[in-house]
Each structure stands twice: as structure tokens, then as C-alpha cells.
Design a protein around this ligand. Structure first.
Ligand code: TYD
Ligand code: MG
Length: 462
């Protein structure tokens, strides 16, 4: 047998190299390269290259296909994020930082399905069975017929799954704790995590079981992150949120059976995660209308409109290089916006520290938030509050023009529903607004907004 060659794998992105180095050349993370022994044939069931294959029949694109059967959990925020429930035979990865609530939601899901007379198995590798029972008691779910086991040995888990006649849902909490005898690498390394995922996904596909895998996101890079298995599963969800606040957002980043960019909003309470059916009310709940630097953004998250407050604070800086800090938005987007404000509107922020925050812990990825962010910045600089009854949306181009964005009607309807009377929005794009009772302030250029707010001479007045 040929001598096994040692390889080195980055525990953050999974890149494989032949040499150790302090920094991964692929993802630029430090101290993530670990020596691993790739024992491909040790993975039970993997094909030996020596075996000869058979020619398979090829088919056309047209033909019969069946709608995939779905298990509706009854937790509406989760079902929507999944595209209408768990697809039988699919593998779903739930990533998130420790303590965010992954185990809590999975216990709630398994109990919900078990209560519908479905077979739900929960394998915990992170905690002892007693800890899971304690959580179940806290959530008042201890009577649900969930089948629980504290196990980390992959072979035992696979054998248990085989012994069960039929399973609807299998939960693995977490994928990083699993280990397989056949592999020399330590649990949590890329080799182990990948091999375990591969075996479990194969089992799920073969038996039509929905598989939910927990993947911890780690900053230290000591164990392989969920990124290394994202390509092996059908759906990837990330659980986000500020641990200091009760709101949790479940976001789809990949979904073979539904739309991406869909979010589910939850609130962590004394009895687990509660669904938040109207997130706009939640995000605007603590609003301090009438404060300078606050603008309400009419955003879209997947198929759902969400109103959220964007807060800016612009203060004279005593530093040589003024501070720029952003929470919940893109830093480079802010830099672009500041440059456009300066070049196209004469609003000079070079001598100011700029802080931008999206309220409620939401992360905004849409470029349509540009106009709201710009309005918040200008309002703070002028120390002049924006009208409390107005929402803002529109993408800003480098030329200072305000570009059209999608889902205009959805955004306006949500704004109207929450009592807003006016929307500052792009000038282009026709709209069937007969059904709406909201005043539209069309903004063609960013300088128009500055003028509209009476802030057009800011550059000179401050
Ligand atoms: P957990 O689900 O264990 O997080 P993860 O599996 O992602 O590591 O959630 C842990 C946190 O949630 C913990 O700090 C306690 C809190 N929590 C509540 O506030 N209410 C509850 O009902 C439960 C079960 C947990
Ligand atoms: Mg956990």
C-alpha cells in the first residue's frame, strides 16, 4: 500500500494544502490550518476506485416529477424560512454562534413533530441527556414523545437509525462533536465533519428522513465551521442575533427547496423561542420619533416587507482619521454613501465621526437601504429630526441618482399598515397606487432629498 500523504486543511474554509502555514491562503484566517490524514477508503461505503462502474441510462429534461413531500412543523416562522416545511429526505444545516438558541429551536421542532405522531430522534453530543431533559421541562415539552440519545459515535448513530423502522426527523446537535473510528483526525476537524455529514446525508436521502444538523460558528477556528459542509446539504440556515437582546433571526442562505434571503423572527423568552408574526412592529417598538438621525427604512427580507429604524450619529471628530462604525450594515456601503454625499450634495463629513446602527439587531443587505441611511446621516449632521410619518427606500448610485428598487408596492403597503403617511422613494417606475393612501415623495437625486429636508447647504453651514 502506498504511503499515506499528510495534508493540511483550513478549519475555517476547508481549503487543503500540502504545507502548514500560519495563515490560510484561501480565506486569510490565522491559525486555522491543521494537519489531517485523509483516509478516503476508511469512510464506510465509499466506492473503491478499483471497482468497475456500469453505464447508466441518460434522460432528457422534460418528464415527470413529483412535488417533494413536506413536514409542516407548525412553527410558522420556521416553515416559511424552509419554503413551506421540512422536505422529507433533505439535509438542513443550522449554523450560529454558541448560545444563540439552536438547541432550543431544534427541541421545539422535534417536539412539534413528535406531537403530530411523527418519529423524531434527537442526538445530542454537546450536552448530557439530563440537560436536554431540563430544557424540555423548561419549555414544557417533556411530555412530547421525542426519542433522545446522548451520542457522538457516528457508527452507533447510523446503526440506531437503521434499527428504527421509520424516522421522520433526525437532529444532530452538533455535527462538530461527531467522530468516526475509521478516521485518524480529531472530532471537529474538516475530515471528521465532512465524513459524518456525508454518511448522514446519504442515510437521509435513502430513507426519506429530514435531517437537521447543528453547526457552530467559531471565531477561534479550532473546530471546523459550518462552511465546510454547506455544499453537502440542501438548505443552510443561520441563526443570528445579539445575545444581549431577545430577538433572534433565522436566515436562509441556501435552499434547494425554496427561496433564499427569507427570514424568520423569534423572541427568546422564559419558555423558549416565540414566533414574532409582525417584525416591523417589533423593530419600530422602541422608536424615539423626533430624534435627529433616525430614519425608518421600508425594507424587504425575502418575500416579506420589514420596517426598521436606521440610526445615525454624526459628531465633530477630534481624531486625525475620523471614526466610522457600522452595526447591521455594510461598512463599504457607508464609505460609498459618504463619498456620494460629499461629491454630489456638498455635505462634507471629513471632520466628523460617523456611527450607523440598524435598530433591533437586524442585518440589512439590501442596497435599497441607501436612501434611509443617507437621510439619517443628513438629519444627524443637521441636528434636525426627520418627519416621523415618513419611510425611506431607494438605491443610490455613484452619480448621486436614486435608483428604482423592487417590491415597491409591498413596501408601501407595509408602511401604510403601520400608520406611515409618506414615503420618500425613487422617482422612476410607474406604480398602481390607487389602493394606497400614502403620499409618495419621489426623489430623483440625493441632492433633492437634501433640499427637501432643508439640509442642502450643510457643507457650508457646519
Ligand atoms: P441554546 O439553545 O442552548 O443555544 P445553542 O444551542 O445555540 O448554543 O440557548 C442558550 C441560551 O438561551 C441560554 O443562554 C439560555 C437561553 N434560553 C432562554 O432564554 N430561554 C429558554 O427558554 C431557553 C431554553 C434558553
Ligand atoms: Mg446547543
Amino acid at each position: 500500500m502506498a504511503k499515506q500523504k499528510t495534508t493540511f486543511a483550513c478549519q475555517s474554509c476547508g481549503a487543503v494544502t500540502t504545507q502548514w502555514s500560519g495563515r490560510c491562503g484561501s480565506c486569510s484566517e490565522w491559525n486555522t490550518i491543521v494537519e489531517e490524514l485523509p483516509e478516503v477508503h476508511a469512510v464506510p461505503g465509499s466506492p473503491s476506485p478499483a471497482r468497475k462502474g456500469n453505464a447508466i441510462a441518460l434522460e432528457g429534461l422534460e418528464g415527470e416529477f413529483a412535488e417533494e413531500p413536506r413536514l409542516v412543523t407548525g412553527i410558522a416562522e420556521l416553515d416559511r424560512v424552509l419554503g413551506g416545511g421540512l422536505v422529507a429526505g433533505s439535509a438542513i444545516l443550522i449554523g450560529g454562534e454558541p448560545g444563540i438558541g439552536k438547541s432550543t429551536i431544534l427541541l421545539q421542532v422535534s417536539a412539534a413533530l413528535a406531537n403530530q405522531k411523527r418519529t423524531a430522534l434527537y442526538f445530542t453530543g454537546e450536552e448530557a441527556a439530563a440537560q436536554v431533559r431540563m430544557r424540555a421541562k423548561r419549555l414544557e415539552l417533556e411530555k412530547s414523545p421525542v426519542k433522545l440519545a446522548a451520542e457522538t459515535n457516528l457508527a452507533h448513530i447510523l446503526q440506531t437509525l437503521k434499527a428504527e423502522k421509520h424516522t421522520d426527523l433526525v437532529i444532530i446537535d452538533s455535527i462538530q462533536t461527531l467522530w468516526s473510528d475509521g478516521l485518524d483526525s480529531a472530532p471537529g476537524t474538516v475530515t471528521q465533519v465532512r465524513a459524518a455529514t456525508q454518511m448522514l446525508v446519504r442515510h437521509a436521502k435513502r430513507t426519506g428522513t429530514a435531517l437537521l444538523l447543528v453547526g457552530h460558528v467559531t471565531k477561534e477556528g479550532q473546530i471546523a465551521g459550518p462552511k465546510v459542509v454547506e455544499h453537502m446539504v440542501d438548505t443552510v440556515l443561520y441563526f443570528e442575533g445579539d445575545r444581549g437582546r431577545p430577538f433572534r433571526i433565522l436566515r436562509t442562505v441556501k435552499n434547494r427547496f425554496g427561496a433564499t434571503d427569507e427570514i424568520g423572527v423569534f423572541e427568546m423568552g422564559e419558555k423558549g423561542l416565540q414566533e414574532v408574526a409582525n417584525p416591523s412592529e417589533l423593530f419600530l417598538g422602541e422608536r424615539e420619533a423626533g430624534t435627529p438621525g433616525a430614519a425608518v427604512y421600508a425594507g424587504m427580507e425575502g418575500t416579506r416587507p420589514i420596517l426598521v429604524e436606521i440610526q445615525a450619529l454624526v459628531t465633530p471628530s477630534s481624531l486625525g482619521t475620523p471614526r466610522r462604525a457600522v452595526v447591521g450594515w455594510d461598512t463599504s456601503r457607508l464609505s460609498m454613501l459618504l463619498a456620494v454625499l460629499e461629491a454630489r450634495c456638498g455635505v462634507n463629513l471629513a471632520g466628523h465621526d460617523v456611527y450607523l446602527n440598524v435598530a433591533g439587531g437586524l442585518k440589512i443587505t439590501e442596497t435599497a437601504a441607501d436612501l434611509a441611511a443617507a437621510a439619517a446621516l443628513m438629519s444627524s449632521l443637521a441636528n434636525n429630526p426627520l418627519p416621523a410619518n415618513t419611510v425611506y427606500f431607494g438605491e443610490i448610485s455613484l452619480s448621486g441618482g436614486v435608483r428604482q428598487t423592487g417590491h415597491t408596492l409591498h413596501r408601501l403597503k407595509e408602511a401604510q399598515k403601520l400608520g406611515f403617511e409618506q414615503a420618500a422613494m425613487p422617482a422612476s417606475g410607474d406604480l398602481e397606487t390607487k389602493t394606497l393612501d400614502i403620499h409618495l415623495k419621489r426623489v430623483a437625486r440625493l441632492s433633492d432629498l437634501a433640499q427637501m429636508l432643508g439640509l442642502d447647504t450643510l457643507g457650508n453651514s457646519t
